[in-house]
Design a protein around this ligand. Structure first.
Ligand code: BG6
Ligand code: MG
Length: 221
């Protein structure tokens, strides 16, 4: 029986996935490394340092920087990102998300956030949503980035709910892998081609309603 809903943040609750894209694009331009939207899909849900490594490997530049320089590059990307997220207001909550959160609360479900972003608390504060969640996992305490199940398992643990009683909501292929390997039911937001392993995929957040999700879930079991 479903007892909890665990949300990814970037690209699910707000469109900050676009700001991550813009910030990585700015860094890649500075380094003269090609960076496309298609390649960016592979970075969604991936931690800051792992994302940088993927970008450098893709540009055949991984060997060109020392570990210390890589940390500096990641810090530069984060500075771009932090400037971009300063403009976030509660109006930037994606359509239907606030309504879904209120509905979940009214029906007594526990609600968690599982984002590997170290800026998650800042973004949620800017959206004025912190109070809606029973637990927001601290990315600093997570060792393995998505697609590893660690962050979703940790969220379930903090909510005192077993993984099979959780529904995870994600916009990234790596995030869907993380949810599925945690043994949870996976709801994808985005393209079916990219989110192949999700149990349900919707194109837009405004399709995410409690009744629709539960209806599909009950049909599957
Ligand atoms: C994830 C994003 O939520 O957080 C990734 O999907 C991002 O794109 C990752 O790299 C880490 O974020 P941050 O804010 O710690 O650099
Ligand atoms: Mg995401």
């Amino acid at each position: 029986e479903i007892k909890a809903f665990i949300f990814d943040l970037d690209g699910v609750i707000t469109d900050s996935a676009e700001y991550h894209f813009l910030a990585w694009k700015a860094l890649s331009d500075e380094l003269n490394i090609p960076f496309t939207r298609e390649f960016n899909e592979e970075l969604k849900g991936i931690s800051r340092m792992d994302s940088l490594e993927k970008i450098l490997v893709n540009g055949q530049m991984s060997g060109a920087y020392s570990e210390k320089e890589k940390v500096q590059l990641a810090t530069r990307k984060n500075a771009h990102y932090c400037t971009l997220i300063e403009q976030i207001t509660p109006q930037d909550i994606l359509p239907g998300i606030k309504e879904l959160l209120i509905d979940l609360k009214e029906h007594g479900y526990k609600i968690g956030v599982a984002s590997v972003s170290k800026n998650a608390f800042t973004v949620l504060s800017a959206l004025q949503l912190n109070d809606m969640f029973d637990h927001i996992v601290d990315a600093k305490k997570i060792v393995n980035s998505k697609p590893d199940p660690e962050i979703f398992l940790r969220a379930a643990e903090y909510l005192s709910v077993s993984p099979e009683d959780c529904i995870g909501i994600e916009d990234a292929a790596a995030g869907i892998e993380s949810i599925k390997s945690a043994g949870m039911y996976a709801v994808g937001v985005g393209s079916k081609d990219i989110l192949k392993n999700a149990d349900i995929v919707v194109e837009s957040t405004n399709e995410l309603t409690l009744s629709m999700i539960l209806e599909k879930y009950n049909r599957n079991i």
